[in-house]
Design a binder for this molecule. Structure first.
Ligand code: TK8
Length: 339
């Protein structure tokens, strides 16, 4: 398995080097690319950070198939997963620069441009993913997507990144005291950092693509992610304890750059939007079914415990006070809608 990881990393480095030296992504396959045969064919480059088999990877594949089918190949989508095109933050920067067309990205990284996105991850906001979907597909989801568009990111649909749990190598997390003092990797996400600071841990943002090695080498004691990511990225191989804290929810914003979007015909925009929504539905179904299966299988690899969420809820309530200072009205509305 380590061998495979190393090969993976090597392949990613080679791919990046090739891309960097080959006169820029946009000129090869990026926005507005036309193969010169007069048919107006265009390839959209889609980057994401998830590994094969992950609901995000599966949904991205379906999205690509649907778009190509419904446009009779006029529009095709080329997918690069596993952070081969850079970290989530780097992929957003590339979309902004116009060298990447689309990304199935992450909540924390996007909140660097649209801070309101981080609010979906307020501690224990949603009891279940279904409650989250209702809010995301409703008015508040639309309102926050509109803020994304102002920053140049058209959010075609809110895909899922699940409810998050803690894994680590020190001990089972039964109470907030057990998290105290642990070095916990987080995404580039101020909300998650705040939550783990409140719990007395040392939150350390590291790119997802570096996480396996960071855990293996003991750079950090643990991390937090939904089961589907812990599974598809083999993090269980380098962790001993899984504690189903359920401390926060995350979305996967499915994004196309505003300029590429504007360059598409109305008809193609509709195809792309519908394909994104259908892929979202598939992705959510995959999330649900995979989560049940993984919960069984993963216990062969690490020790699972189910802590009572109440003490964690209490210990992190100050996170709400902090985010209310800037986004009070939205926090209230989110809490109402999440009920
Ligand atoms: C994969 C990541 C992952 C996220 C993280 O690209 O960084 O922990 O949960 O899904 O986006």
């Amino acid at each position: 398995m380590n061998m495979r990881k190393n090969l993976y990393t090597l392949a990613a480095v080679v791919a990046l080097t090739l891309l960097a030296s080959a006169c820029g992504v946009a000129e090869q396959v990026g926005a507005g690319d036309d193969n010169g045969d007069g048919a107006g064919e265009q390839t959209l480059l889609l980057g994401h950070g998830a590994d094969a088999g992950n609901p995000r990877s599966i949904a991205a594949e379906q999205f690509a198939e649907t778009v190509s089918e419904r446009t009779d190949g006029r529009l095709t989508v080329q997918i690069q997963g596993s952070e081969q095109l850079g970290s989530d933050v780097e992929m957003l920067q590339s979309v902004e620069a116009g060298t990447l067309d689309m990304t199935a990205n992450s909540q924390g990284p996007l909140s660097g441009w649209v801070p309101e996105v981080a609010l979906f991850g307020l501690p224990f906001l949603f009891e279940s993913t279904e409650d989250a979907y209702e809010v995301l597909d409703g008015d508040i989801g639309e309102e926050i997507a509109a803020l994304g568009e102002e920053e140049g990111f058209v959010i075609l649909a809110w895909w899922d990144n699940g409810i998050r749990h803690v894994t680590n190598n020190a001990r089972p997390i039964e109470t907030p005291d057990d998290v105290a003092g642990l070095q916990i990797r987080t995404p580039e996400d101020p909300m998650t950092v705040d939550i783990f600071e409140e719990l007395g841990a040392n939150p350390t943002p590291i790119d997802f693509g570096e996480l396996y090695l960071a855990l293996q080498q003991g750079t950090v004691d643990g991390q937090e992610n939904p089961l589907v990511n812990i599974w598809a990225s083999d993090l269980y191989e380098v962790q001993e304890y899984l504690s189903t804290t359920g401390h926060k929810y995350e979305v996967t914003p499915f994004i196309i750059g505003a300029d590429v979007w504007a360059s598409l015909s109305e008809e193609d925009q509709q195809v792309v939007r519908e394909a994104a929504e259908e892929a979202r539905d598939l992705q959510r179904d995959e999330m649900a079914s995979q989560t049940v299966e993984i919960e069984e299988d993963i216990q062969e690899h690490l020790e699972l415990n189910r802590p009572d969420p109440e003490p964690f809820r209490e210990a992190t309530s100050a996170v709400y006070d902090k985010w209310r200072e800037d986004f009070g009205d939205l926090v209230d509305r989110l809490q109402d809608a999440a009920q």
